[in-house]
Design a protein around this ligand. Structure first.
Ligand SMILES: Nc1ncnc2c1ncn2[C@@H]1O[C@H](COP(=O)(O)OP(=O)(O)OP(=O)(O)O)[C@@H](O)[C@H]1O
Ligand SMILES: [Mg+2]
Length: 248
């Protein structure tokens, strides 16, 4: 009993609650690429937990394994070794169909180069993941419109990517990444193609999404960008060199 007379949870119950808070758990994750006779050890044993509503930045020199790590977390690629649990479920051994479902429902991706469909409107770009999720057209358009409002582009729904600024294109990409309400938003150098002012505006949006409960992990080369996160991982030669949690 606590001083206030409230029964305290048993250690097992506390552990159960803590475990359910872990979205991603990886242990000893490795990735090896073979290029002809050469073997590249891109990741050499990475272990960590990512909890609900964490805000992580991944930094490290070029070639340290940042994109490789993000692609494994996002199930865009399969590890060479180690273990990976997503929402408590082991990812190894899942069928390609199950992995595609995870990519569609559980993970949202944002890339440096936006990766929008050039001939489709902002609204149709944002609604795209919902086609794969089997959502009907009317609901797709409604949900895409809500997301475009949320990223501040309510007045640009019918614009195509080439009718939008770089920062606006990235907002469309962020809205698309969020339209399925993913457990985790992954962004690989999301400000890399933007000038610093526009980059800061995109970071302000990520900060806002985090404050609303979104779990986020982004890769960046820039310290200023990484400072927005509450935890910074430093990768070097395929291992975690430092894992800094920061007071905010
Ligand atoms: N498809 C591939 N085939 C072979 N080697 C690869 C492949 N992808 C990445 N690598 C190698 O794996 C290592 C890690 O690459 P990765 O792209 O993860 O680095 P990064 O930290 O994202 O670098 P950058 O900051 O330049 O984006 C590098 O040595 C790279 O050359
Ligand atoms: Mg990279």
């Amino acid at each position: 009993m606590s001083a206030a007379g409230i029964p305290e949870p048993s250690p097992a119950a506390a552990e159960g609650r803590a475990l359910s808070d872990v979205i991603i758990r990886v242990e000893g994750l490795t990735k090896t690429y073979r290029l002809g006779s050469e073997t590249v050890h891109a990741l050499r044993g990475v272990s960590l937990d990512i909890r609900r509503n964490e805000y992580l930045a991944v930094m490290g020199p070029s070639g340290s394994g940042k994109s490789t790590f993000m692609n494994l977390i996002g199930c865009l690629d399969v590890p060479s070794g180690g273990q990976y649990w997503l929402n408590g479920q082991p990812v190894a051994g899942l069928s390609e169909e199950s992995l595609a479902r995870i990519r569609n429902r559980e993970i949202g991706f944002v890339f440096q180069s936006f990766n929008l469909l050039p001939r489709a409107s902002a609204l149709d770009n944002v609604g795209l993941p919902l086609i794969y999720a089997g959502v009907r057209k009317r609901e797709r358009r409604e949900r895409a419109a809500v997301l475009l409002d949320r990223v501040g582009l309510g007045a640009r729904k019918d614009h195509r990517p080439n009718e939008l600024s770089g920062g606006q294109r990235q907002r469309v990409a962020i809205a698309r990444a969020l339209v399925t309400h993913p457990a985790l938003l992954l962004a690989d150098e999301p400000t890399g193609a933007l000038d610093s002012k526009t980059g800061e505006e995109i970071m302000a949006l990520f900060d806002e999404l985090h404050a609303q409960g979104q779990t986020l992990m982004l890769v960046t080369h820039e310290q200023d960008i990484a400072e927005h996160a509450h935890r910074i991982l430093f990768l070097k030669d395929g291992v975690i060199e430092r894992d800094d949690r920061r007071q905010k």
